[in-house]
Design a protein around this ligand. Structure first.
Ligand code: UFG
Length: 323
């Protein structure tokens, strides 16, 4: 029987890129999304989009049965670190309670495999970088805690019920489809790359660099930026691995190379061909100084490596999507 993949959160930034990547390979997908991201990206023709909540078991169950879903890629969730601190109830509700309803309905409907969109935030403030998957998991905010809780559920379901799962821990998802038709857009926007490019384009106020007294090579925070197209290709490979009957478990998706905020701004200025207006402000609460992936397990298990995540390509793609 042909495989059908249910994509939750397929209208979001990473989800919509995955929908395109899957459709370009001729895979059969169906999207479940409640529209809460407030974005309506163009999706490939013919892809069914069901408006609904992952926690609504009747909707999820009937969709799985009607379409014969045999794999789930679960992107839907709340993703803002700061909001998770002020409104943890929302984060535990959506990322844990509702996600567990989805998982349980998947079990009842005998869906054999699930791919979960996890995050480097599960590690909290790392003891050392680059960070391997078995580094201590001590999230420092409810966002990271909620994602880790769902990973624990997957692990337990795997052991008890034979569910095959992967938790893909993204470092900093960035870039955009080279066609320019999909873009990173959050409301409110808090991410460095859209804020910095828009500041350079004169569409937003000057960028504030959050702190310059971190123990990094230039005092600004270091992150591992991974192109969303590279994330999408890792998901396809992970799905295939699960379909072939293998366990996958947690995998870091990153490049293994960190860039500081200043390095990002310098490269943005080069790509834009103009200055990015900016000032230096205080640190932002909850920002670890350095988050860099050790991506070797993903490379070994999936035979995957980031291809478009070098800074010039990543920023050029991001810029094309904003102009
Ligand atoms: N930054 C600024 N000014 C801004 C915005 C960001 O200096 O206006 C800095 C931040 O302090 C940070 C870096 O740019 O050092 C990147 O910040 P982002 O907000 O773009 O991304 P984060 O690293 O905070 O968060 C991302 C994801 C989270 C995930 C986290 C850890 O958005 O979901 O990585 O993996 F939890």
């Amino acid at each position: 029987m042909p495989s059908v993949t249910l994509i939750t959160g397929g209208l979001g930034f990473v989800g919509s890129h995955f929908v395109w990547a899957a459709a370009r390979e001729g895979r059969d997908v169906v999207v479940l999304d409640d529209g809460s991201a407030g974005t309506s990206p163009e999706l490939p023709e013919g892809v069914e989009v069901v408006r609904g909540d992952i926690g609504d078991r009747a909707t999820v169950g009937s969709l799985i049965r009607r379409r014969g879903v045999d794999a789930i890629v679960h992107f839907a969730g709340k993703i803002q670190v700061g909001e998770s601190v002020t409104n943890p109830a929302l984060y535990f509700d959506v990322n844990v309670v509702r996600a567990l309803a989805l998982l349980e309905e998947a079990r009842v409907a005998e869906v054999p495999r699930i791919l979960f969109s996890s995050t480097a935030a599960v590690y909290g403030e790392p003891e050392a970088v680059p960070i391997p998957e078995d580094a201590p998991k001590r999230p420092v905010n409810p966002y990271g805690a909620s994602k880790l809780t769902f990973e624990h559920a997957l692990e337990a379901y795997g052991r008890a019920y034979g569910l095959r799962w992967a938790a893909l821990r993204y470092f900093n998802a960035a870039g955009a489809d080279p066609s320019g038709k999909l873009r990173e857009a959050h409301d409110p926007e808090t991410h460095l790359i859209p804020l910095m490019l828009d500041a350079g384009l004169g569409r937003r106020p000057p960028l504030t660099l959050f702190g310059e007294d971190y123990p990094t090579r230039d005092g600004t925070c270091e992150r591992d930026y991974i192109h969303v197209v590279d994330l999408a290709s890792a998901h396809l490979k992970a799905l295939d691995r699960l379909a072939a009957g293998h366990a996958v478990g947690p995998l870091n998706l990153g490049t293994g190379q960190g860039s500081t905020v200043r390095e990002m701004v310098d490269e943005a200025e080069r790509v834009l061909g103009r200055a990015v207006p900016r000032s230096v402000g205080p640190r932002r609460a909850g920002d670890p100084s350095s988050l860099v992936a050790d991506p070797r397990r993903a490379e070994e298990v999936l035979g995957w490596k980031a291809q478009r995540s070098d800074l010039p390509t990543l920023l050029e793609d991001a810029l094309r999507s904003r102009t």
